[in-house]
Write a protein that binds this ligand. Structure first.
Ligand SMILES: *Cc1c(COP(=O)(O)O)cnc(C)c1O
Length: 446
């Protein structure tokens, strides 16, 4: 028996007994070895070769997830603009660009990443974010991005001024706030009037009208993004209904838009339940497209998490197993600086041993070495026996994992590996102490 029969984490059996397509679970135990694999590559081998903590991504699943969106919207003019902030590894951006994706960026830094990884895709870039600087606008105008998603009237004025200076017409969309509630963590909900994002949808018509006289501005589209990790398709449909009404009003007023940007935000299942990603994307597509009937222009989509989250795992080595009073703590060499989602959003990540041991499951906390009680990956979690020196994988860590990592506690960021079929390659080396110290200045004595 390789795994506990009476386990709270029933999906183990699922990953043990099936060999799923990348779209459901790229990480699976091979029964023959009782060891965790990403595609055809053993995580134990990768951990030995590159050390831990280590992020491992399945290129096959990323490609498949992207394709789910492209297929679900194939019936109409559309462009999937992958949200770079979810995972901004250059190799992943290149993979997306090669498959026809564009990009949703939220900073000048992300624009530089796109230019470094796939300069040919720059005309497929939309620039979102509540606070773009003049320098960021200039760089994006010169690079020739597709569209600026503008979040305030003041920002639109600044964009017009920069465009006039550079003599480059700026294509813009107003990011409207549709005042739609989406059930998710409050930190990642963005579509209510009380949030800092977007422009009150009731003000939008007036602002488009006032921009119409400016020869450096082109009203290219309208955009909306109501939040992240939204599991139901309904709020997307509700937001799109409101956007669609605005598009019709604009059209009647003689301002036909070329693009509607539906944003990102489609959520995944972090609990390892049965989850059909293709059906989920189809349901989402039906909600969005249903609300947009009659609009002939391009539909832009900005998925981030849905494309990369389940393609990634964070592999860590167990340093200690210690008991304090009634509690057992499994201390790993990965910490909140490597994956902050549990600490920041009380997020759940499934944790599985890379090599399964026999024996009774135990209730443990899985924690990192950082000096914060918030540095935990799981609390009171029933896990199979784990010993010091074992490897564990934190699943579904491909989105907002490495992208939100830091050097807190002067910890070097993990290395990253991309697995494609039976091949794996390092896409980011582990940071060194020299990398961390390089920007710092010590006053010279005397
Ligand atoms: C974060 C973000 C996205 C992506 O959100 P996901 O939940 O990762 O799909 C898309 N668009 C905008 C404007 C964003 O800020």
């Amino acid at each position: 028996m390789l795994y506990p029969q009476k386990s709270a984490i029933s999906h183990w059996k699922l990953i043990l007994t099936t060999n799923p397509a990348p779209s459901t679970r790229p990480f699976h135990h091979l029964q023959r070895h009782g060891a965790l694999y990403c595609g055809k590559v053993s995580l134990e081998t990768l951990a030995r070769r590159y050390g831990t903590p280590l992020y491992v991504y399945s290129a096959d699943q990323i490609a498949e997830r992207l394709q789910l969106f492209q297929q679900a919207f194939a019936g109409r003019d559309h462009l999937v603009c992958y949200a770079v902030k979810a995972n901004s590894a250059l190799a992943i951006l290149k993979l997306m660009a090669d498959r026809g994706a564009g990009f949703d960026i939220v900073s000048g830094g992300e624009l530089e990443r796109v230019l470094a990884a796939a300069p040919e895709a720059v005309d497929r870039v939309v620039f979102s974010g509540v606070g773009k600087t003049a320098a960021e606008m200039d760089r994006a105008l010169e690079a020739g991005i597709l569209e600026f998603n503008v979040e305030s009237e003041a920002e639109l004025e600044l964009l017009a001024a920069r465009a006039r200076r550079l003599k480059r017409k700026a294509r813009f969309a107003l990011r409207v706030n549709p005042d739609v509630f989406a059930e998710t963590h409050p930190y990642i909900s963005t579509g209510l009037r009380e949030h800092k994002f977007g422009i009150d949808i009731r003000q939008a018509l007036r602002i488009y009208q006032s921009a119409a006289g400016n020869r450096w501005l082109q009203a290219h589209g309208v955009s909306v993004h109501i939040g992240s990790q939204i599991r139901s398709a309904d709020p997307f449909g509700a937001a799109m209904e409101r956007v669609s009404k605005l598009v019709r009003q604009l059209s009647s007023a003689g301002m036909a838009l070329k693009a509607v940007d539906a944003g990102g935000g489609l959520g995944i299942d972090y609990h390892g339940g049965s989850f059909d990603p293709a059906a989920k994307v189809r349901e989402y597509a039906a909600a969005v497209q249903g609300a947009l009937e009659g609009f002939e222009g391009t539909l832009l989509l900005e998925p981030g998490r849905f494309v990369v989250a389940q393609a990634g795992a964070l592999v860590a080595r167990v340093l200690q197993v210690k008991r304090n009073g009634k509690k057992t703590f499994v201390v790993t060499d990965a910490a909140m600086n490597d994956l902050i989602r549990p600490a920041l959003y009380q997020a759940h990540h499934e944790i599985v041993p890379v090599k399964l041991r026999t024996g009774r499951p135990r209730v443990v906390d899985v924690v990192g070495p950082v000096c914060e009680s918030g540095d935990f990956f799981a609390r009171d979690r029933k896990l199979p026996p784990i010993e010091p020196g074992d490897l564990v994988a934190l699943l579904d860590a491909g989105a907002y994992g490495m992208a939100q990592s830091s050097n807190y506690n002067t910890r070097m960021r993990p290395a990253e590996v991309l697995v494609e079929g039976a091949k794996s390659r390092l896409i980011r080396r582990r940071e060194t102490m020299a990398d961390l110290l390089a920007p710092e200045l010590l006053a010279k004595p005397g």
